[in-house]
Write a protein that binds this ligand. Structure first.
Ligand SMILES: *[C@@H]1O[C@H](CO)[C@@H](O)[C@H](O)[C@H]1NC(C)=O
Ligand SMILES: *[C@@H]1O[C@H](CO)[C@@H](O)[C@H](O)[C@H]1NC(C)=O
Length: 207
């Protein structure tokens, strides 16, 4: 009983000492388990545009807190021996991939996904329209684009890209399974729910 009291007192003490700004709610509630999803894509591929806007985004609106989402805007680009990067749909695509890369560097995944989904509705650079739509300050993104070369910005994403057959390429739990790609790209939400359940034995809300 005494020991219990001590623990209680210590707990009260720690609560007092707790730095301001962290709410008790955050301390008590454990973070939900997250399923890792990685999307390898390129900005001017119609299937990628469709996947992001019609499959990934609607699903992530519900499940992002349960997802470790990584976007890799490189796709089928190739790095030449001299370090230059050639994109499947030409230099315009490399430039737009680099805009996405700069967005991903300067925003958390939630805000980055808002901007990227908005931009994936069009082949042109809709950053000005999309940032004002969501009232996001993109000075850092513009600075990133202005001060660095496309090749330098994209280098990291080239290194992260796994061997794949076509884009969009989707890895679940850090595993790219070629036989599941059509199912994933056409029924992403359903597969996500099933994979989440298989891994964590938990049915997500809205699944
Ligand atoms: C793409 O953006 C341009 C310029 O804002 C616009 O004229 C065009 O209608 C847009 N196309 C689509 C498919 O949204
Ligand atoms: C890939 O997916 C197929 C179809 O769902 C499955 O049968 C197979 O076991 C998976 N392969 C690996 C290595 O996970």
């Amino acid at each position: 009983m005494k020991a219990f009291f001590c623990v209680l007192l210590l707990g009260a003490f720690l609560l007092v000492l707790r730095p301001t700004g962290t709410s008790a709610r955050h301390i008590r509630k454990t973070a939900p388990e997250r399923l890792s999803i990685t999307l390898y894509y390129e900005t001017l591929c119609p299937d990628c545009m469709e996947f992001v806007t019609e499959q990934l985004y609607p699903s992530m609106r519900k499940h992002l807190p349960f997802t470790e989402l990584t976007l890799v805007p490189y796709g089928n680009a190739q790095k030449m021996a001299n370090g230059r990067i050639i994109c499947q749909h030409g230099p315009k695509e490399c430039e737009l991939n680099a805009v996405h890369a700069c967005i991903l560097e300067h925003f958390d995944i939630k805000r980055a996904l808002l901007l990227i989904e908005c931009m994936m509705h069009n082949w042109t650079n809709l950053l000005p329209q999309c940032s004002s739509r969501y009232n996001l300050n993109v000075d850092d993104v513009n600075n990133c684009i202005r001060t660095r070369t496309v090749d330098e910005i994209l280098k990291k994403y080239g290194e992260e890209t796994v061997p794949h057959n076509g884009v969009p390429a989707i890895a679940v739990d850090n595993h790219y399974n070629i036989t599941e790609q059509n199912l994933l790209s056409d029924h992403f939400d359903r597969v996500f729910c099933a994979k989440y359940f298989a891994k964590f034995n938990k049915k997500l809300p809205n699944c």
